[in-house]
Design a protein around this ligand. Sequence first.
Ligand code: PLP
Length: 394
Amino acid sequence: MNEKRIPQRILLGPGPSDCHPEVLKAMATPLVGHLDPVFLEQMNETMQRLRQVFQTRNPLTLAMSGTGSAGMETVFVNALEPGDRVVIGICGAFGERMVDVASRTGAEVIQVRAPWGKIVDPGQIQEALKSHPRVKAVAVVHAETSTGVLQPLEEIGRFAQNYGALFLVDAVTSLGGVPVPVEEAGIDACYSGTQKCLSAPPGLSPATFSPRFEEALERRKRKVQSWYLDLTMVRQYWGMERFYHHTAPITMMYALHEALGLLLEEGLDSVFRRHLVNGRALQAGLEAMGLKLYADERHRLPQLTSVWIPDGVEDTLVRNRLLNEYGIEIGGGLGEVKGRVWRIGLLGHSSRRRNVLLLLGALEQILRSVGYSVESGIGCQAAEGVYRDFLAKE
Ligand SMILES: *Cc1c(COP(=O)(O)O)cnc(C)c1O
């Protein structure tokens, strides 16, 4: 036997992130049927945990089968019918994906664009609502993983409400990393993914829908375009009826249940603080090494850092060496900054001090060996300074 085994990596890219070991253990639990009373009870608990993490009381809070993109598609196919109008804010690759997904529903898509690396200006969303009658929904990405920007939500939520539009939010990279206050921000539909800040493998898309969204669903003239993602049917499996629709991915449901349990046990505030301190430490370390961060300073995500690749340094060479010599994965750029930025994720279980220092040390070694001049140890020193400051404030 000469089987090639999968090596153990440290996942510091834009997802998937490192799975929590307790989540992997939960996935070794023997299967039960998807209508087994024990399993249904665990689903109820998962829904309850999801409501806590999404900070909402929405009855319709569940996990769609599929990755984050399935959540995106669920939201748009259920919200929109041919002829409807939707305003989408775009400042990166996932905003672009929203446009693609939404336009396939036959709805008219009104695009509000911002330069990559910046946020979408809420005032421009308001302008779009003013100048187009009968907008059914407004959609934005909360944490734009392609640039590392955190989009403020409250103002856009108010504008959407004022104009009678549903507010749809992508929280794939934000949920479990920064607060996603669904009710407070007036969000009507919000979806995430298990493999970013929830420390589980890819495969489920947690999502929540407001009563207002459910009312809009009742008023549809046509059936939802997708059978698999039709909430009018999927909610009958998650709700009181427990009707079979499609077989739940049992093992992934074990994983999500465990991952949410771990998150709530640590406490939402502690989880957000952990992401914040590690993110700021990494960012301080990179800047101390003379690197320039890409995302607008006022709106930088702690859990996803994008950094310009210095002149004369080759993107793939550095990433390959990080992977092969140190077992560390980071991400490359997407779209217009492909080959020009690196994206470093400190998502979920990957968000740890040891990973920050390991990456800064490894990156320093590699950069020096390709002729980029950096003072020895300066990145780690700056990161440690941030940890000290945070500790002092506690
Ligand atoms: C990762 C990501 C998605 C897509 O999720 P998949 O799990 O890859 O389908 C959507 N939106 C954002 C903001 C993401 O970061």
